[in-house]
Design a protein around this ligand. Structure first.
Ligand code: GDP
Length: 576
């Protein structure tokens, strides 16, 4: 086996430089501390230290004062080292990184790093990139933990930079973010409306209390706030979760007392459970004569939601959204649960959140409603939102009021993004505007690349799938044949294969072999190529492979039609 000199030095608790000297004395040539030596050599070095230790005792008594001081010094150094480990728990390092950037990242002088590198046998200047192995060794030497992340990985990851843990003393209670879920027609919209009408007016009385739909609103009860996501249903909720954004703290499950648990109720339960968030059940429509709240409770137990009055811990509130019965009780329960959850955030940090709605406004440009999860968002800051970024030009709350700051659990309309982000996109304030622009550009490039890849994959086989996914409503075909007559015959028969769901377009025909131009056209217009009694030339084949264009060659018209028909059969909407 082999061992790295650096590691051996660690093991022996010695300076690597010392080991290099010893090896030199032994006549073993090594270039740096990162070089490896054989196990035998390592044993030899270890043996030498054993002898040394025995004599060292005498030395200590000789130079007692000096050594004692040295020991003190190293102890102090170790102490500060361990302190650093705690504070800088796994510093995230984006590679490539230069010596200078690394030094800044870990709050050290660049020359200190260069000295450390020299100890490791690496000669480097400040602008030199450090490879991953060296970074690991360096971190080890400095007693810090690092997490390496390549630029590529970072662009794909949701958050740029590390997730910073907030200090306990910076944390403050924040309002819960609540999503209303349940089966269609069970009263989700009515409930959200009645809360908005009766409870938001209080909070926004100075502003006249008229709210606008921006995707979320804050209600108030007993001076405590609750943030409601204004779009009911678990679809949006799940779509956001799929993007990695856990937005909701508490789910309100609306179940109509006259209808009981229905398929979408069950789905909502599963989604809330998957997200690991508490569920409060609003048993709605209790004003109805055929309301059976107790039956609903019975049904809930079958899904593991045992009501409190049945000895379980699921809070159920009988309400009537229509008659505004028990709405305050429901809100109080939300506050109760949120207090139990101890929801906290740090208003002092740079904001992080999620886009809950976004659109292109004719006058104002891209407008995104951002729900701030942590930190405080401020006008003038640089925001990275999914594939886009921009400087926050202005912000508006749900009353349409111009605001400068938005703290945790508040939703604000943000103006100033360069493009319209997607609902569910993670949003983050970055201090470095250039970085934000860079990441957004890289993400866009990445997306385009993927789109191109998808576009190119047109073939009769997966056309069916594409149609089903609603991506393709027409089948574009290019015909190349040996004689004009065949082209006409083929074209007429192919066009006749068109159906209500899928139109067949012959976008180009020509006499002669399939060439590169045909393939490029097919690639650009999502077409397949049919060669009748002709073949593709080598260039065409090469490009077709690269662009993944489907070229089919036939000698019998009947066979060509049959193939297309098969694909078309697959294309047919199964419902019809
Ligand atoms: P959603 O599909 O879950 O958003 O349900 P809606 O809020 O649109 O309500 C569906 C229907 O139920 C509407 O006609 C409402 O007026 C009615 N509704 C909602 N809540 C109540 C209620 O508490 N009592 C009664 N009687 N009807 C209600």
């Amino acid at each position: 086996g082999k061992i790295r000199i650096y590691n051996l030095a660690k093991e022996l608790d010695k300076d690597s430089k010392e080991l290099l000297d010893i090896l030199d004395d032994l006549g073993i040539e090594v270039s740096s501390h990162m070089s490896t030596i054989t196990d035998e050599t390592a044993e030899l070095v270890k043996a030498m230290y054993k002898e040394d230790d025995e004599t060292a005792v005498e030395e200590i008594t000789e130079t007692e004062t000096e050594t004692a001081e040295e020991i003190k010094e190293t102890e102090n150094a170790e102490e500060s080292d361990t302190e650093e480990v705690e504070v800088l728990d796994a510093v995230e390092i984006e590679t490539p990184i230069t010596v200078k950037e690394f030094a800044e990242k870990i709050d050290k002088q660049a020359n200190n790093i260069i000295v450390e590198l020299m100890n490791l046998g690496v000669m480097a200047n400040v602008n030199q990139n450090l490879d991953e192995e060296t970074l690991e060794l360096l971190a080890d030497e400095l007693g810090i933990k690092i997490k390496l992340m390549s630029e590529e990985e970072e662009i794909k990851s949701m958050r740029i930079g590390p997730e910073i843990e907030d200090k306990a003393e910076d944390l403050e209670a924040r309002p819960p973010i609540v999503t209303v879920m349940g089966h269609v027609d069970h009263g989700k919209t009515t409930l959200l409306d009645v809360i908005r009408k009766s409870r938001v007016a209080v909070a926004g009385s100075e502003a006249g209390g008229i709210t606008q739909h921006i995707g979320a609103y804050q209600a108030e009860i007993d001076d405590k706030k609750i943030t409601f996501i204004d779009t009911p249903g678990h679809e949006a909720f799940t779509a956001m979760r799929a993007r990695g954004a856990q937005l909701t703290d508490i789910a309100i499950l609306v179940v109509a007392a006259d209808d009981g648990i229905m398929p979408q109720t069950e789905e909502a339960i599963n989604h809330a459970k998957a997200a690991g968030i508490p569920i409060i059940v609003a048993i709605n429509k209790i004003d109805k004569v055929n309301a059976q709240p107790e039956r609903v409770k019975q049904e809930l137990t079958e899904y593991g939601l045992v009501p409190e009055d049945w000895g379980g811990n699921t809070i159920c509130v009988n309400v009537s959204a229509l008659q505004e019965t028990n709405i305050d009780e429901l809100l109080e329960m939300i506050i109760l649960v949120s207090e139990m959850e101890e929801l906290k955030a740090n208003p002092k940090r740079l904001a992080e959140g999620v886009v809950i709605e976004a659109e292109l406004d004719k006058g104002r440009g891209p407008v995104a409603t951002v729900l701030v999860k942590n930190g405080t968002l401020q006008v003038g800051e640089t925001l990275l939102a999914g594939l886009t970024c921009g400087r926050v030009r202005a912000m508006f709350d749900e009353f349409g009021e111009n605001i400068e700051k938005a703290g945790p659990s508040t939703a604000v309309e943000v103006l100033g993004l360069n493009d319209v982000p997607n609902a569910g996109d993670f949003v983050q304030v970055l201090e470095d505007e250039k970085k934000a622009k860079n990441v957004a550009a890289e993400r866009q490039a990445e997306k385009r690349q993927q789109e191109i890849k998808q576009d190119a994959k047109v073939s009769l086989e997966d056309l069916y799938k594409q149609i089903q996914e609603g991506e393709v409503k027409e089948l574009n075909i290019i015909i190349k044949a040996d004689v004009q007559g065949s082209i006409e015959a083929l074209r007429a028969s192919l066009l006749r294969l068109g159906t209500d769901e899928v139109t067949v377009n012959v976008i180009h025909t020509g006499v002669g072999g399939v060439n590169e131009t045909d393939v490029n056209l097919a690639s650009a217009s999502n077409a397949i190529i049919i060669g009748f009694n002709v073949r593709p030339d080598n260039n065409a084949l090469k490009v077709a492979e690269k662009e993944q264009v489907d070229i089919r060659t036939y000698r019998v018209i009947y066979k060509a039609l049959e193939d297309i028909k098969d694909a078309m059969a697959g294309l047919l909407d199964p419902e019809l």
